[in-house]
Design a binder for this molecule. Structure first.
Ligand code: NAP
Length: 359
């Protein structure tokens, strides 16, 4: 990825976008956590509570928001990990089954190795058995397929995850298609995506990052039904499934992508924006309708000479500007990021429960 200059809305200086492979371990140290109730003033329209929110109900501001609520993904992810831990222990006590997650890593990308290590640690913390196969960069596709087939046949493995990206000589589609649909905890199998898109069909798994976005909306009591939602980005792993999920929840959904003309006109109509683009600070305050709820999936490393690491992470959304106009917004880091692994653990538990018919 080439380095690029972007305007940094937080400091009015310029920030340089760094390639991901220059990032070492990405430790999220987001500490800001604004009380949910402290910033909400004079709201005239409630986003309601379809499900009982664990944290609080986010209400839509019509005019007088002075500072948005922070949607604290870090603490919601912890709640989910705690819930998963309790369920795993209950299952172990009742039927002596422990969920297992297998990860296949090919090659020596440092970022991929870090993600795999983090997933392994997260599994251990909640009591999921983790299995790993690490193949060299020059492995053949059939070697990767063989590992997948072994895990497909292994009853102690309930979820299989192929760490992407694969080396360029491999066909990603062939590899992902080989994962058994019953163990596709990433939710990337075309059958799972197809079921997600079809009315009256249920996918066995939903991709973790978009599922995490919707979970944040649910747990903050944001009503989705009947709302106008805009998803920015249409990738197979985030934007497209996020749009499908919002539609399944009866939002009226528009998708903005790189060829969309006047994207700000479309986003300004949205009650809910999910942005998954990978462009730092692209969504400015002027793109946001007052009182909207903003879920920022983007993770963009930008040069920061003041940081000991030489970079910091920002989202797709200009956070400071969004805070002045939105009702609620996810920070980066500390928003969607921690939810992705929490959803992976949850999907692995769901898989083990389904196989063993454990309620
Ligand atoms: P991707 O595969 O590169 O897709 C990016 C999408 O954004 C594409 O659909 C592209 O449109 C669209 N896009 C690019 N430039 C645009 C522009 N100027 N205006 C409007 N749309 C534009 O990326 P991804 O894998 O979905 O990831 C997106 C971001 O989310 C990245 O920052 C990534 O690091 C982050 N991410 C975070 C997590 C997490 O756990 N928090 C997980 C996954 C990804 P076209 O389709 O027209 O090319």
């Amino acid at each position: 990825m080439a380095s690029m200059i972007f305007s940094d809305c937080s400091s009015s200086t310029t920030a340089r976008l760094l390639p991901f492979d220059r990032m070492r371990t990405c430790v999220f140290r987001y500490r800001q956590s604004v009380s949910l109730h402290s910033c909400v003033k004079n709201f005239s329209l409630s986003f309601g509570t379809q499900r009982k929110p664990l944290s609080s109900t986010v209400t839509v501001a019509m005019a007088t928001v002075t500072h948005a609520n922070v949607i604290d993904g870090k603490s919601i992810a912890k709640q989910i990990r705690d819930e998963v831990t309790i369920e795993i222990s209950r299952m172990k006590d009742a039927i002596n089954v422990v969920p297992g997650l297998a990860v296949i890593l090919v090659g020596d990308r440092k970022d991929s190795a870090t993600y795999v290590r983090n997933k392994k640690k997260a599994c251990e913390a909640v009591g999921i058995n983790s299995y790993e196969v690490h193949l060299p960069e020059d492995s053949t596709e059939s070697e990767v397929l063989k590992s997948i087939l072994n895990f497909n046949d292994d009853p102690s493995v309930h979820g299989i995850l192929v760490q992407l990206p694969l080396p360029s000589h491999m066909n990603e589609e062939n590899v992902l298609n080989a994962v058994s649909i019953e163990k596709d905890v990433d939710g990337f199998h075309p059958l799972n995506i197809g079921r997600l898109a079809m009315r009256g069909r249920e996918p066995l798994f939903v991709p973790c990052t978009p599922k995490g976005c919707i979970e944040l909306l649910h747990r903050y009591g944001v009503e989705i039904k009947g709302k106008r939602a805009v998803v920015i980005g249409r990738s197979n792993i985030v934007g497209m499934p996020a749009a499908l999920l919002l539609q399944r929840e009866d939002a009226t959904v528009s998708i903005v992508h790189s060829r969309t003309k006047n994207p700000d006109k479309i986003t300004r109509q949205a009650d809910i924006i999910i942005s998954a683009v990978g462009q730092p600070n692209m969504v400015r305050g002027s793109w946001i309708k007052p009182g909207a709820v903003i879920i920022d999936v983007g993770i963009n490393p930008v040069e920061d000479t003041k940081s000991p690491r030489g970079y910091r992470l920002v989202g797709d959304v200009c956070y400071e500007e969004a805070c002045k106009i939105a009702a609620a917004v996810t920070p980066v880091p500390g928003g969607v990021g921690p939810m992705t692994i929490a959803m992976l653990l949850s999907n692995t538990l769901i898989s083990a429960k389904r196989v063993h018919n454990f309620k």
